[in-house]
Design a protein around this ligand. Structure first.
Ligand SMILES: [Zn+2]
Length: 172
C-alpha cells in the first residue's frame, strides 16, 4: 500500500503501545508491531489500485501518484515528531527493497543481465507468502481505478481511529 497508509497504521500502533505498556516494552512492541504491520497492510494491498509498474502516459495514474505522494509526505511532516520510530519500522521494508536493494540489483544487471543476485533478500517475499496463505481469497483489483476509493476509505478510517485515540487518551 501507499506510505501514508503505513504511516497511519504506525501512528496508531505507537499510541496504543505507549498508552498501555511501560518502558522498555512500549519501545519493543512498537518496533515489532510496526515492522509486522507492513506485511499485513501490503498483503491486503491487492484490493487497492496498485500497478506494479509505472503507467507512462496514463493521466489517472499520474494524478493519483502526485496526490498520494503529496499526502504521504504531509503525513511524514506532521507525524515525524513523536512517531518517527514506528513510521521508520513500518516503512523499513519499502526503504530496503525499493530504495536500496532494487537500485543495487539494477546496477548489477546492467553489467550482467543474467544475475539473480539479491532476489532472495527482498522483504516483500514475506508479504507474498502471507498473501498466498491468508489473503488468497481477496479480489485482485490492482489495475482497477476504483481501487483508489478503497485506499482513500482506509486512510479516512485510520484517521478517525487516530483522532478517537488522541481524544480518549487526552480525556483519561
Ligand atoms: Zn511495501
Amino acid at each position: 500500500m501507499e506510505t501514508i497508509t503505513h504511516n497511519l497504521v504506525a501512528v496508531v500502533i505507537q499510541i496504543i503501545c505507549f498508552t498501555f505498556l511501560i518502558f522498555p516494552w512500549n519501545l519493543i512492541f512498537t518496533i515489532l508491531f510496526a515492522f509486522l504491520s507492513h506485511v499485513f497492510v501490503d498483503a491486503i494491498a491487492v484490493i487497492t489500485y496498485h500497478t506494479p509498474d509505472v503507467q507512462k502516459g496514463d493521466k489517472f495514474w499520474l494524478i493519483w501518484h502526485y496526490f498520494i505522494y503529496a499526502i504521504s509526505l504531509f503525513s511524514i511532516v506532521i507525524f515525524i515528531i513523536p512517531y518517527w520510530l514506528s513510521m521508520l519500522f513500518a516503512n523499513i521494508m519499502d526503504l530496503w527493497d525499493w530504495f536500496t536493494l532494487r537500485p543495487i540489483q539494477k546496477k548489477i544487471r546492467n553489467k550482467n543481465p543474467e544475475s539473480k543476485w539479491g532476489d532472495k533478500y527482498y522483504f516483500h517475499r514475506i508479504v507474498d507468502w502471507v498473501r498466498d496463505k491468508l489473503f488468497f481469497w481477496l479480489p485482485k483489483r490492482i489495475y482497477k481505478r476504483s481501487g483508489v476509493l478503497i485506499e482513500i476509505l482506509l486512510i479516512c478510517v485510520l484517521s478517525l481511529i487516530l483522532i478517537f485515540l488522541e481524544v480518549s487518551i487526552f480525556i483519561i
